[in-house]
Design a protein around this ligand. Structure first.
Ligand code: MGD
Ligand code: MGD
Ligand code: MO
Length: 784
């Protein structure tokens, strides 16, 4: 294949996930960040008692950890946070924000940790060092001059339970429920779907379930890159011959084969563990049809068995005792014929039947899923369809079975538990009133998409970001960047410089905070913090490395400082005491949420922490009917903006993906080892017959244009085409570079999660950009 950039390469990766490739990749980043020695000290404490929680994903940390309880990407996240590189006053003195806006995501964060509080100076177009006191005073003053509904309090999913609890209390005492968070772009389809179906907003699977399961289904989650520590329980399950059945348009390496890089015998031996025993390359958005097909096959098996006087395959006792909506589900499923199901799923009837056969003979089945399910127009229906499948054989509320959404950031699930939500009905208003004198505003606040709409309408005047890279993570980048500049106040609490910080609005503040790996001392005493992981386990942690700069403040301290400067003294909120002793914040959390967090201070230090109560796991259904709900599919396509027969015309379905070398908008490097990409992110994965049909060749450069709402030009690229093993009509490219293509309105019904996994696009011939090959997409990513 001819490639124009000499350093960019595409060569299929032959090795298993993990293995030597993983070890080499970790060494490379430790070297680049100059943390060979400090990282070795830190990594042994990662995910350990009296250590720190990995700042990468939210996957469960075992109570009895391995000697080294981290994965390749966890190690990268650690190295990236404890890096020796610094983005200090000299850096900001020598760069205007206009200059920095021409840099890409990698180069911005690569400069290292922020060291000083900064205030934007419009005269010189630079950030200048300020004092914390001045920052709090001026921000407080400005917030007092605005009305609460003009102000947004965004949270990315990393802040601890303590910081998150204080943040939502600050927002509510100020007078707003405008608390969007990263999970609005992520697992909100889960929170909505599971709540309706089984009465809890979170998954029911725990780590021990992996020891008891006898079958695992995987839908739209890339375990090898995004939650690699889960490969260990999967490997253990495979050693017990547990079948794993995967549905994914791409053959993701972590779902195919794994070598444990921390096992000398595996590293030196020739064998890798086969992960998936069945691999079904559904087309993007084809899962509703695929699961409908599996259920249709189960119903046929049931009928055949009963005819022969044999026991059926469905758990009728469970269905009768615990569920509602079974007949409607059966009727809907039987209404779809196999032709239609094959066309919409992109896989054959035999594949759906094969999955059904294994499902029917397994007793304890769990379903694991990720963004491939939630980030669709019908993301909520996707989630509920997975629950339907589980309920048919009583696979919720018994050991080894259940639903397992794989959450993103390290404490994203916990943030919601302690009140970060736009919905006031989800917070114990009476308690906040009684304990702190805070009257929770009645009016629903803004989640992420609402906030973007309000920004476009000029209704948001101030934005406070507790971490994250909002402007880069949201859809419709170009339109949002233009609107963003009109903010009167923009306060960003962050560890590293990113694109959102480069559009400061009229008053821009960049407040550098401690990361979670760092020792947080308040008045000389080390402070612990806590998180809730993807399986509902709450644990206590402590940072272990010295802070990147003496000027950093903890998130808890920053929130307290801002709150004190903003709120009147009428409230009984002990900000100053909380800042000096986080245990007092935990006491408050236990008082507000006693069912979940009673005795938190002791229980979070127990071996393995403590589980939040999960009624669905005990077969108690907190739904309006008191039963688990079957939800009949209303349609088969997860994205109605996309036609069913893409190969008949020139529109492809584009999914935006993470590489193995990034954490969301944080781009560690330009390799996506498992997918065989080296030295570039400017690629488009395409099916060979599509590219031939559309008149392109591998190595060609193209621009992508969104194929709906033609009056708005949404364009990204240029990207270089790679012929790839992906279903016809589907294409893949990297997030966040392709976010300008996602229309803001193209989001999931009911949960409003942007449908980043199925964007209708057309291709247009182009040329590579001048300059270095690592340049990412520039064309429409500029501020207009
Ligand atoms: N190293 C690392 N770890 C991370 C992150 C990171 O960026 N880097 N991000 C964190 C965050 S915030 C999150 S939310 C999670 C994200 O982790 P994932 O949920 O794995 O998200 P994506 O990488 O977006 O990958 C989605 C997967 O779904 C597949 N897919 C896309 N569309 C469909 C579809 O229609 N059907 C099916 N069946 N599959 C589909 C894709 O091929 C891909 O394998 O990971 C977290 N962990
Ligand atoms: N097209 C497309 N868009 C997507 C997605 C997709 O798959 N496709 N995925 C969506 C998903 S699942 C998510 S979760 C969002 C992610 O959206 P965000 O959570 O907003 O983005 P991140 O990239 O995780 O944020 C990175 C920044 O967080 C800051 N940071 C890091 N550690 C800390 C810390 O300890 N404290 C503080 N205060 N700041 C810190 C750093 O400054 C860093 O630059 O993006 C969403 N957008
Ligand atoms: Mo996420």
């Amino acid at each position: 294949m001819s490639l124009i950039h000499p350093q960019a390469r595409f060569k299929p990766y032959e090795d298993a996930a993990g293995g030597w490739g993983s070890a080499r990749s970790v060494m490379a980043i430790l070297w680049r960040e100059q943390v060979m020695a400090s990282a070795s000290l830190a990594l042994v404490k990662q995910n350990k008692p009296k250590g720190f929680a990995c700042v990468s994903c939210a996957w469960a940390k075992p109570g009895d950890p391995h000697a080294l309880e981290f994965c390749e990407n966890g190690a990268k996240a650690t190295a990236w946070e404890i890096t020796r590189h610094r983005t200090g006053p000299e850096f900001f003195a020598s760069h205007t924000l206009a200059q920095l806006r021409t840099w890409n995501d990698h180069d911005l964060e690569r400069q290292g940790r922020l060291t000083h509080p900064l205030h934007y100076d419009p005269v010189t177009d630079r950030y200048k060092v300020t004092s914390w006191e001045q920052a709090y005073r001026e921000i407080g003053q400005q917030l007092r001059g605005l009305t609460p509904d003009q102000v947004v309090f965004y949270a990315s999913g990393r802040a601890s339970l303590e910081a998150s609890f204080m943040y939502q209390l600050f927002a509510r005492a100020y007078g707003t429920n405008n608390l969007p968070d990263s999970s609005n772009m992520c697992h909100e389809s889960t929170s909505v779907g599971l709540q309706e179906s089984i009465g809890v907003p979170v998954g029911t699977v725990t780590l021990t379930d992996f020891e008891h399961t006898d079958c695992i289904f995987f839908f739209g989650q890339n375990v090898g890159s995004n939650s690699p520590r889960m490969l260990h329980p999967l490997q253990e399950a495979r050693k017990r011959h547990v079948p794993i059945i995967t549905f994914n348009p791409l053959r993701e390496r972590g779902l195919e084969r794994f070598v444990n890089p921390q096992s000398p015998s595996e590293m030196l031996g020739p064998q890798s563990t086969v992960i998936s025993t069945q691999y079904h390359q559904v087309k993007i958005g084809g899962d509703l049809a695929a699961v409908t097909g599996i259920i249709k096959a189960l119903l046929a098996m049931e009928e055949a068995a009963l005819k022969q006087g044999l026991p059926g395959v469905l758990d009728h006792a469970f269905i009768e005792a615990h569920t509602e909506g079974f007949a409607a589900l059966c009727q809907a499923v039987q209404g779809y014929d196999w032709d239609l199901l094959e066309r919409h799923s992109g896989i054959g009837r035999a594949a759906m039947e094969a999955a059904a056969t294994v499902y029917a003979r397994s007793n304890n089945v769990m379903i694991v899923y990720g963004m491939g399910m939630t980030q669709h127009r019908h993301g909520v229906d996707n989630v509920q369809m997975l629950v339907n499948l589980l309920l048919l054989r009583g696979n919720i509320g018994k050991p080894g079975a259940g639903i397992c959404p794989v959450r993103g950031h390290s404490n994203v699930q916990g943030q919601r538990t302690v009140g970060i939500t736009e919905d006031p009905s989800k917070v114990p208003a009476d308690k906040l009133q009684a304990l702190f004198g805070v009257q929770v505003p009645q009016q629903k606040g803004m989640a992420t998409v609402d906030c973007c709409e309000a920004l476009l309408a000029g209704q948001v005047k101030a934005f406070i970001g507790l971490g994250g890279n909002f402007l880069r993570a949201i859809p419709d980048t170009r339109r949002m960047e233009a609107a963003w500049q009109h903010l009167a106040l923009n306060v960003q609490v962050a560890t590293k410089l990113n694109r959102t910080h480069l559009l400061p609005g009229q008053q821009g503040w960049l407040l550098p905070c401690l990361g979670h790996i760092e020792i947080d001392r308040q008045e000389g005493r080390v402070q612990a913090y806590s998180t809730e992981d993807s399986t509902g386990v709450v644990r206590g942690w402590e940072g272990t490395t010295e802070p990147a700069s003496e000027h950093l403040r903890s998130e808890v301290a920053i929130i307290a400082g801002l709150a004190e400067a903003t709120l009147s003294a009428d409230y009984r909120i002990p900000w100053d005491e909380w800042r000096h002793d986080y245990a007092l914040v935990r006491t408050a959390i236990s008082q507000v949420y006693p069912e979940i967090f009673h005795d938190m201070e002791t229980r979070m230090w127990q071996q393995g922490g403590f589980h939040r109560p999960l009624p669905a796991g005990q077969r108690q259904w907190k739904t309006p009917s008191g039963r688990a709900q079957f939800v009949a599919p209303q349609q088969l396509e997860a994205d109605e903006d996309v036609q069913v027969t893409p190969h008949a015309h020139n529109v492809l379905q584009l999914m935006t993906l993470r590489s193995n070398d990034q954490f969301n908008t944080t781009v560690y490097g330009y390799d996506d080892r498992f997918r065989g990409v080296k030295g570039t992110r400017s690629v488009l994965f395409m099916n060979r017959s599509d590219l031939v049909r559309l008149g392109f060749a591998p190595g060609d450069w193209v621009l992508l244009r969104t194929a709906v709402e033609p009056q708005v030009l949404r364009e990204a690229g240029p990207l270089q085409i790679i012929a790839y093993d992906i279903p016809e009509g589907c294409a893949g490219a990297y997030y966040p570079e392709c976010n300008p293509l996602v229309p803001l309105w193209h989001h999931a019904q009911r949960s409003k999660v942007p449908a980043a996994k199925s964007i209708p696009v057309t291709l247009h011939a182009s040329q590579p950009l001048e300059g270095t090959q690592t340049q990412t997409i520039r064309v429409t990513d500029q501020v207009v």
